[in-house]
Design a protein around this ligand. Structure first.
Ligand SMILES: Cc1cc2nc3c(=O)[nH]c(=O)nc-3n(C[C@H](O)[C@H](O)[C@H](O)COP(=O)(O)OP(=O)(O)OC[C@H]3O[C@@H](n4cnc5c(N)ncnc54)[C@H](O)[C@@H]3O)c2cc1C
Length: 421
């Protein structure tokens, strides 16, 4: 019986396994994960930390799922090496597992900067897993202040969860603004302006050089010299694909595993999906949302389908993964934030922006146009009508006659029904 091995038990790995099983009831499937949990919604770990949901609610595939789908789930097992010449995966406990097709869905992880002095102290940690949540829960009762080093979704979600636990939080980033991959400077300023009242200080344009304390974190020092007392440092920046086990295989690229549109790597029977994949260039509205859950699921589904097709020698049944409109819809500090298309690109080259900030500064909307077509949208707070904007971007409808209405109450499905039909 043919055997498909999947490294990774998260968005991409689970979607791949389900796609394999949908097409083929007989093939053996093994999922390997270095974590000890059934599949969980990684993007919701901050909700567990902040007490918004309880731990069991985060598991989106329960233990029985693996049994029902006839998946051999190897939890708490870490892959040490892949040997394509022998079609073999070696675990750190030296177990060797053979495969007919391999799907690498091992995600990405934070890298601690080498220059950070004192990084080995207890309380310096990343924020990507349930085990990080458990470690943080132990530190919360004995901490007053937390420093979060990063400016992306994970960093902001961690910061919010810690404020819910009544900690003072300082977000530190070397970037000039928070959420640089979602928002332009103006939108980021609007968002950051609402954080001090929630107990969060944002320090931009700064690196951290040192962590102080005997064995536990007591303070951090900014490269510019300022020292900030804190009981923990969460580092959520500088992500790298989890590809250490691919050394000497030639599969690893500069920023992840290069792949074609069928999620095939340079080795015929090895496919890949999710955050571990090397990203292509960005800039136009249709590039993918990098490091996103939905992206990982869609790529995983394609990889699983295609691995099954390849094993059955049915290449015509492979499906291509197609890039989608860049879109992030998320709630941060209890505020809905929607960013799509060219949401963080500096205007220029014939681009035009329409902006509306309400009088109480509770909501912010920006539409980015190019040649009278919408190419980007940002909505923070309030009713963003993001569904209509996404359809207008996808259709590349000419909206010159609607410009005055786009950011008003007149912007309704009825108004644009002919354009999005
Ligand atoms: C705090 C936080 C908030 C986020 N918020 C959002 C959001 O709002 N919206 C959004 O779209 N995305 C968000 N993301 C990103 C999203 O969670 C990721 O894009 C998604 O999880 C990627 O899925 P993946 O399957 O590629 O990898 P991962 O989810 O990283 O899973 C990797 C899997 O590989 C396994 N693995 C890795 N190395 C090995 C090894 N050597 N041996 C065995 N197993 C291994 C791991 O155990 C794991 O099962 C967030 C992420 C975090 C951490």
């Amino acid at each position: 019986m043919k055997h498909i091995v999947i490294i990774g038990n998260s968005a991409a790995g689970i979607a791949a396994a389900e796609a394999v099983r949908k097409n083929n009831d007989a093939v053996r499937i093994t999922i390997i994960s270095e974590e000890g949990y059934p599949a969980y919604n990684r993007f919701m770990i901050a909700d567990v930390l902040g007490g918004k949901i309880r731990e069991p609610e985060i598991f989106y595939r329960k233990k029985e799922f693996y049994e029902t789908a006839k998946i051999n789930f190897l939890a708490n097992k870490k892959v040490e090496r892949v040997t394509p010449g022998r079609n073999q995966v070696t675990l750190t406990d030296k177990t060797k597992i053979g495969y007919d097709a391999l799907i690498i869905a091992s995600g990405a992880a934070m890298r601690l900067p080498k220059e950070l002095k004192g990084a080995n102290k207890h309380g310096v940690m990343g924020f990507r897993s349930m085990s990080a949540v458990k470690d943080l829960m132990e530190l919360i009762p004995i901490s007053h202040t937390a420093c979060v080093w990063g400016s992306g979704l994970g960093a902001l979600k961690a910061a919010h969860a810690l404020t819910r636990k009544k900690l003072e939080v300082k977000i530190i980033t070397e970037s000039e603004r928070i959420l640089p991959n979602l928002l332009d400077a103006q939108a980021a300023d609007f968002f950051a302006g609402r954080l001090p009242e929630l107990g969060v200080e944002v320090i931009t344009g700064q690196e951290i050089s040192d962590v102080f304390g005997d064995s536990d974190v007591k303070a951090i020092k900014l490269a510019a010299g300022k020292v900030i007392g804190c009981g923990m440092l969460i580092v959520d920046r500088d992500f790298a694909a989890n590809t250490r086990f691919l050394e000497e295989t030639g599969l690893d690229g500069e920023t992840g595993i290069p792949t074609d549109q069928y999620m095939r790597t340079s080795v015929a029977n090895i496919l890949t999906a999710g955050d571990v994949v090397q990203r292509s260039g960005a800039g136009e509205p249709w590039y993918d949302t990098p490091n996103s859950w939905m992206n990982a699921v869609r790529q995983g589904a394609a990889a699983g389908n295609n691995a099954a097709a390849l094993l059955e020698n049915k290449p015509d049944q492979m499906i291509a993964y197609e890039a989608m409109l860049f879109m992030e819809t998320v709630e941060l500090f209890d505020m809905p934030v929607v960013a799509m298309g060219m949401s963080c690109v500096v205007p220029g080259d014939g681009k035009e922006e329409l902006l509306r900030v309400d009088a109480q500064r509770q909501s912010y909307k920006k539409v980015i146009l190019r040649d009278s077509k919408i190419v980007g949208f940002v909505g923070i707070g309030g009713d963003t009508r993001s569904d209509l904007f996404s359809q207008l971007i996808r259709k590349q409808a000419d909206v010159r006659h609607l410009k005055d209405a786009l950011l008003t109450e007149q912007f309704t499905p009825e108004l644009v029904k002919d354009l999005i039909a």
